[in-house]
Design a protein around this ligand. Structure first.
Ligand SMILES: [Zn+2]
Length: 158
């Protein structure tokens, strides 16, 4: 099905925020953080997603969030479902194409422009890239995967 790429270069013009992790495992729902094993919270984020060729959308999506690790976890199957719905009418020919999660869209900007395409340079001014981007690898629900992640500078912006 759809291939998922890691973004190269910078898209959003706001300061980068949060870490992003894509979860490709349908049997793993990230109710606990793969990094620190604490319970994650359900939180809605507005993701900016680029779909080949040349479509960029903003999409509200319920994700899992670990405040300790500052990591947002999105399930790949849900993401692709939403993308397919979003493009079903507007551009059905791109459903199943490569896509990339570019960053987070400012909530206020998203609400103002809901359903209306903004021009791309304006859009980028309201997008923050992720500080890092990863794909959850094997068996993250096992307790042994509490490696890495501890970083001194991961205070959420207040
Ligand atoms: Zn964590």
């Amino acid at each position: 099905m759809t291939k998922q790429k890691t973004p190269t270069g910078r898209f959003g013009e706001l300061a980068a925020r949060h870490r992003f992790a894509l979860n490709p495992h349908v049997d793993y729902r990230a109710s606990r953080c793969p990094g620190c094993a604490r319970p994650t919270r359900r939180r809605k984020f507005v993701l900016s997603i680029g779909v080949v060729p040349g479509h960029i959308v903003a999409m509200g999506k319920d994700c899992r969030y670990c405040p300790d690790c500052d990591v947002i976890i999105a399930h790949q199957d849900e993401l692709e479902d939403l993308l397919a719905k979003l493009f079903a009418d507007a551009a059905p020919e791109v459903v199943g194409n490569d896509y990339v999660v570019l960053g987070l869209v400012e909530r206020r900007f998203w609400r103002q422009h809901l359903g209306r395409p903004a021009d791309q340079s304006d859009f980028r001014r309201h997008v923050a890239d992720f500080r890092s981007y990863e794909t959850i690898s094997e068996s993250p629900s096992l307790p042994q995967s509490r490696s890495k992640t501890k970083k001194g500078d991961s205070h959420p912006n207040s």
